[in-house]
Design a protein around this ligand. Structure first.
Ligand code: TXA
Ligand code: MG
Length: 327
């Protein structure tokens, strides 16, 4: 059931359910999350079951204040502090050495824990009402498209989640950027905060080590090479001109492009969807999953996506398109 998160009594209900070990879908500024009490291992089991997610895929803990952080981690380095100053509250997840308070099921047995302080006012209000952090993965079935609205959560998991707190459409629309600060900073998942912004704050280039087919499960366990996928087969092309080389591919296909400029270059007669009519990466990020979901529901024979410029949020979108490819 969807309930309006702007109504205080609804948040009271959500908080009560969470205190009793239930699962509640909540809005964040990135995507909707499937939340449980981060100190309740039985509740954690439910998440893996509902999502059909393997236990080797660790969860992110959500907090409302930096005070909460100190009990969950062993050390907050100077670099971590710099990043926290710049990007919290917001769509950045940091990976720390975990304290003994964090149970293994949340971290897939790793000695580290991923933590984020979200910006969404309803997520924050709920976190402030609770005596514990919330563990929350994206509220979709394993490897499927992340939900950026309450209706999308209902569509994905409505039959398995008792309460979905509606906080409107997600502002970023792309998951948080995951950065390890255990040692030198390493980006483990490209996300809503662009690499350029992180490098600007730290004053130097930052290593990006997102997992791929070759090193699966080595850096960010759970960030699989196949992920974020629609049911419809998806092909990613580097350039819109590449489409002329393979007219077969266009049969009954829908096209997904960045801006109106590309749409003008699209082959005639192919339904073409534009991620950002205004030509901004932020807008493209906000629309990405919802547009992909909408196209998927039209059941074309194929979705052909054209790579975005490798800059800003475009990098994170390209990463997800790469993982969404299948035939
Ligand atoms: O924006 C987001 O981060 C959303 C919202 C709901 O907060 N959550 C989200 O969670 O995207 P999820 O579970 O779909 O993705 C979390 C990813 C994992 O797949 C894994 O790659 C990484 O975060 N992660 C979690 N704990 C980690 C750890 N200890 N070390 C390395 N990577 C970790
Ligand atoms: Mg996810």
């Amino acid at each position: 059931m969807i309930i309006d998160g702007n109504i205080k009594s609804n948040l009271d209900l959500a908080a009560d359910l969470l205190r009793h070990g239930e699962v509640v879908a909540i809005p964040t500024e990135t995507v909707y999350g499937l939340a449980v009490n981060a100190f309740d291992t039985k509740a954690a089991e439910k998440i893996f079951q509902i999502k059909a997610r393997p236990k080797s895929d660790p969860l992110i803990l959500h907090i409302h204040s930096t005070q909460q952080l100190s009990s969950l981690v062993l050390e907050v380095s100077e670099i971590a502090q710099q990043l926290i100053q710049a990007f919290w509250p917001g769509p950045m997840t940091l990976v720390f050495k975990k304290s003994s308070l964090v149970e293994d099921i949340f971290t897939a047995q790793l000695p580290t824990v991923a933590i984020r302080l979200p910006k969404h006012p309803i997520a924050r209000q709920l976190l402030e009402m609770l005596e514990f952090p919330l563990a929350a993965p994206s509220a979709n079935k394993f490897q499927s498209i992340s939900p950026t609205s309450a209706a999308a959560v209902e569509h994905e998991l409505g039959d398995r989640v008792p309460i979905i707190v509606d906080g409107g459409p997600c502002e970023s629309g792309i998951e948080s950027t995951v950065i390890s600060v255990v040692d030198k900073p390493v980006v483990l998942r490209l996300g809503a905060i662009p690499l350029e912004d992180i490098e600007l704050v730290l004053g130097h280039k930052v290593e990006v080590s997102v997992s791929s087919k070759e090193n699966e499960n080595q850096v960010a366990p759970g960030l699989l090479s196949f992920h974020y996928a629609p049911r419809t087969p998806l092909t990613l092309v580097a350039n819109i001109k590449d489409l002329n080389k393979d007219p077969e591919l266009l049969n009954e296909a829908h096209l997904l492009v960045y801006s109106n400029i590309e749409k003008l270059k699209a082959p005639l007669g192919i339904p073409t969807h534009v991620l950002s009519p205004l030509g901004s990466m932020q807008e493209a990020g906000r629309n990405f999953f919802s547009l992909l979901r909408a196209i998927d529901q039209q059941r074309p024979a194929r979705i052909i996506a054209v790579q975005l410029p490798e800059q800003g949020v475009g990098r994170a979108i390209n990463d997800r398109l790469m993982r969404a490819q299948h035939t």
